[in-house]
Design a protein around this ligand. Structure first.
Ligand code: NAP
Length: 260
């Protein structure tokens, strides 16, 4: 399938590792020039080199914290008029809501709700003017099925999802789509870190904790980041122009329901 993306430009946030990296790689494989961000410059440069070598597209790096105004300004200076925006950032920490104060909540809302909203605000009118735009928000399966110890993630991401549900329907007639991609457990550093936390509590090994998550899934495994990247590239394709304001859960069937 020709996705019609060759020569387009994407801003992919938080993309030196894991799901963001997989999205950047999948878009690059479709001929999209990518601007990728992350806080750590070393891993970011290594990922940029890997994507260039694999695809030959132009890869620009912007080191910085995308959840800060300065980080967003730097990303937008390098990529003021993207055809594609993939919103992503690290997830809020786990814990008990009784221990979280206002500052903790502001951080979570800043990172997982306001950052994507401000990036959308910066680029969406250009997309409308050009008659093409694809925005994918990486959120979490927790948006549909809350995870008890990830209350700030449940809350902040649901806020983004609610906002986007309205906006997506205001911009769709201009061939600009906004959709959410909701990961369940994927084999990334984030999964290893959360499994390490669980292993410390249970006294079991990290491998056993990950194995349990795999066994709990109807698919019998956790997800591979490149599967996630491919879904993102499809949502950004010319063919996906009629997919508007949707939230695609990728969790191997874990979310148990008759309909999405
Ligand atoms: P990951 O493997 O830990 O990768 C996170 C990437 O984001 C890294 O490149 C990291 O680089 C970058 N990053 C983190 N915070 C950033 C910030 N403030 N500014 C710029 N870049 C930042 O995580 P992942 O598994 O891909 O997860 C991506 C998102 O999906 C997270 O929000 C996570 O909570 C969510 N999610 C993941 C899973 C899963 O199973 N993997 C499940 C549900 C939801 P630096 O650290 O160098 O900045």
């Amino acid at each position: 399938m020709d996705t019609g993306l060759r020569g387009k430009t994407a801003l992919v946030c938080a993309a030196s590792k894991g799901l963001g990296k997989a999205c950047a790689m999948a878009l690059a494989q479709e001929g999209v020039n990518v601007v990728i961000t992350a806080r750590g410059a070393e891993a970011l440069e290594a990922t940029a080199a890997e994507i260039r070598a694999a695809t030959g597209v132009t890869v620009t790096t912007v080191a910085g914290d995308i959840t800060t105004e300065a980080g967003r300004a730097a990303a937008l200076a390098a990529c003021p008029s993207p055809d594609i925006l993939v919103n992503n950032a690290g997830g809020p920490p786990p814990g008990d809501f009784r221990d979280w104060g206002r500052e903790d909540w502001i951080k979570a809302v800043d990172a997982n709700m306001l950052t994507p909203i401000f990036l959308i605000k910066a680029v969406v009118d250009g997309m409308i003017a050009r008659g093409f735009g694809r925005i994918v928000n990486i959120t979490s399966a927790s948006v549909k099925s809350p995870i008890p110890h990830l209350g700030m993630s449940n809350g902040a991401r649901a806020g983004l999802t609610g906002f986007v549900a309205g906006l997506a329907r205001q911009v769709a007639r201009h061939n600009v789509t906004i959709n959410g991609l909701l990961p369940g457990p994927f084999m990334t550093d984030r999964l290893k870190t959360t499994s390490k936390g669980m292993a410390e509590k249970s006294g079991r090994s990290v491998e056993d904790e990950i194995l349990d998550r795999a066994k709990a899934s109807p698919s019998g495994r956790v997800g591979y980041p490149d599967e996630f990247g491919s879904a993102c590239a499809f949502l950004c394709s010319a063919q996906a122009g009629y997919i508007v304001g949707q939230n695609l859960v990728m969790d191997g069937g874990l979310f148990n329901s008759t309909m999405g």
